[in-house]
Design a binder for this molecule. Structure first.
Ligand code: FAD
Ligand code: ZN
Length: 460
């Protein structure tokens, strides 16, 4: 019954770019964690903004819903169909051009389907730095990063994806194109509309391009792997490093011993950077216009002072790019080294991170004794990836979630710090968000997508 609709899509984007075959569509219909799988009518791959607009108009006319998809690395089931109604997956992969780099304005204008690592590379080749960085950067798209307001390892210094954006181009739910590609650092001319689409997970419109901020390329980075007795020591160390090194602290990642052990078991080439085992680690990176030696000496001095004060147990500073990369590989391998368990992506004020780990840990042990806890993440942003148990616990997911989310709520935190709500947390968020806030979100949704065609069944 959708034959005429599919034929109109083929006329709009070319027959080759409307995928309906089982093998061609399968990767688009399942999410990265393999938790959500559903079919759509087709996967449509437009080549440019005009084609995206045409596809959206055709879908709106046919009453077919649209699931925007970037690199499909999202962790909340937002990028795949729900199967609840006729849908198409709208892949942005072919919108992968870098439209402009303006080094003197420190901006880059990119299409939504650019892979994050390619944006970083283009900035580097222009002698600039694009700071957004996460383990999925080789396959996630900038459009997906903006739609999820991605975080990653450099938020501490440079902010979330949201903070990198000066302008956006968006295809609205009725197929009109909003050209908001302004490259201005100052623009107080009413509501900041672009911010609505950032973090909206495709529920308000399709992002097709963005103007992003660039930064000076740091001359040197120094990386250290630090052992500590407790998360409280990690929070203390962060304050000390910031006092001594200021804005030079790029990244500050907490890693529990169980995570390191999982990585050592999973990756043959991985090595424990220190001679003895310690309960907690921090991987920190500082960057500056200094020469490496001067920067490493500053970092070493700050760590030395912290060790004298009893905050740090041991530390290893990387003395080559290879050593630094090996330390980062340990951190980046954690997600795949503990794949099947019950995951949480939560935040609390930085000062309350130790209380959260303590409180959630006690509650989990009381309810599910002996289950391992893989706790790691961006402690400098108050954001923990707090993963519980082995595959046997997955059947108890709602109960495990409840235990962790209650601890988060008691400490004034959020149940989704980075990965968004998608399908995964769409229902749970109702327990945590003020009804008035939800009402305002519904009102915005109705204003921008009155027929509910943009990524239905996600977020709200
Ligand atoms: P997708 O998964 O394709 O889509 C994500 C959401 O955005 C969906 O709701 C989709 O409908 C919507 N969307 C995508 N493109 C558009 C568009 N152009 N217009 C409108 N809506 C759109 N996330 C972090 O924040 N920090 C991390 O450190 C981090 N680490 C990760 C590590 C690994 C190994 C993996 C697999 C994921 C990680 N993630 C992390 C999650 C994920 O990579 C991010 O959410 C990323 O921003 C998603 O980008 P994507 O292109 O894959 O988007
Ligand atoms: Zn993360």
């Amino acid at each position: 019954m959708h034959a005429e609709f599919l034929a109109s899509l083929a006329r709009a984007v070319g027959e080759r770019h409307v995928l309906t075959g089982e093998a061609d569509t399968a990767p688009y219909y399942i999410d990265w964690r393999r938790q959500y799988r559903a079919r759509a009518l087709a996967v449509v791959r437009p080549a440019d903004t005009a084609q995206v607009a045409e596809v959206v108009r055709l879908a709106a006319a046919a009453g077919v819903a649209i699931v925007p998809q970037g690199g499909n690395t999202g962790l909340s089931g937002g990028s795949v169909p729900t199967g609840a109604r006729p849908e198409i997956v709208l892949s942005l992969a072919r919108l992968n051009r870098i439209r402009e780099i303006d080094p003197l304005n420190d901006t880059i204008t990119v299409e939504a389907g650019c892979v994050l690592a390619d944006v970083q590379r283009a900035a580097r080749e222009a002698g600039r730095y694009f700071p957004l960085s996460l383990a999925a950067e080789g396959s996630c798209h900038i459009g997906g990063n903006l739609s999820t307001n991605a975080g990653g390892v450099n938020v501490l210094r440079y902010g979330n994806a949201r903070e990198q954006v000066l302008g956006l181009e968006v295809v609205l739910a009725d197929g009109r194109v909003w050209n908001g590609l302004r490259a201005l650092r100052k623009d107080n001319t009413g509501y900041d509309l672009k911010q609505l689409f950032i973090g909206a997970e495709g529920t308000l419109g399709v992002i097709t391009a963005a103007v992003l901020r660039l930064h000076p390329q740091p001359a040197a980075t120094a990386t250290a792997w630090v052992a500590l007795d407790s998360p409280a020591r990690a929070v203390e160390l962060l304050a000390r490093l910031r006092a001594r090194l200021g804005e030079r602290v790029n990244a500050f990642e907490l890693i529990g011993r169980a995570c390191l052990e999982a990585v050592l078991a999973h990756a043959r080439e991985a090595r424990d950077p220190l001679a003895r085992a310690h309960p907690w680690y921090v991987l920190t990176e500082v960057a500056d216009a200094d020469a490496f030696e001067a920067l490493a000496a500053r970092l070493e001095a700050a760590l030395g002072e912290a060790a004298e004060a009893g905050v740090v147990r041991d530390a290893a500073i990387a003395h080559s790019a290879q050593q630094a990369a090996a330390l980062w590989r340990l951190r980046e391998t954690i997600p795949e080294a503990q794949f099947a368990n019950v995951k949480h992506d939560v935040s609390v004020p930085v000062s309350r991170v130790p209380a959260l780990i303590e409180r959630a840990g006690r509650a989990i042990e009381a309810r599910f004794p002996g289950q391992p806890i893989y706790c790691f993440g961006h402690v400098g942003d108050g954001n923990l990836h707090y993963n519980v148990g082995d595959a046997t616990l997955v059947a108890h997911r709602p109960e495990v979630n409840r235990v962790v989310y209650d601890a988060v709520a008691a400490l004034g935190g959020s149940i989704s710090a980075e990965h968004g709500l998608g399908q995964l947390k769409r229902d749970e968020i109702r327990r945590h968000k003020d009804p008035l806030e939800l009402e305002l979100m519904q009102a915005l949704k109705r204003a921008l997508d009155p027929r509910g065609l943009m990524n239905p069944g996600k977020v709200l």
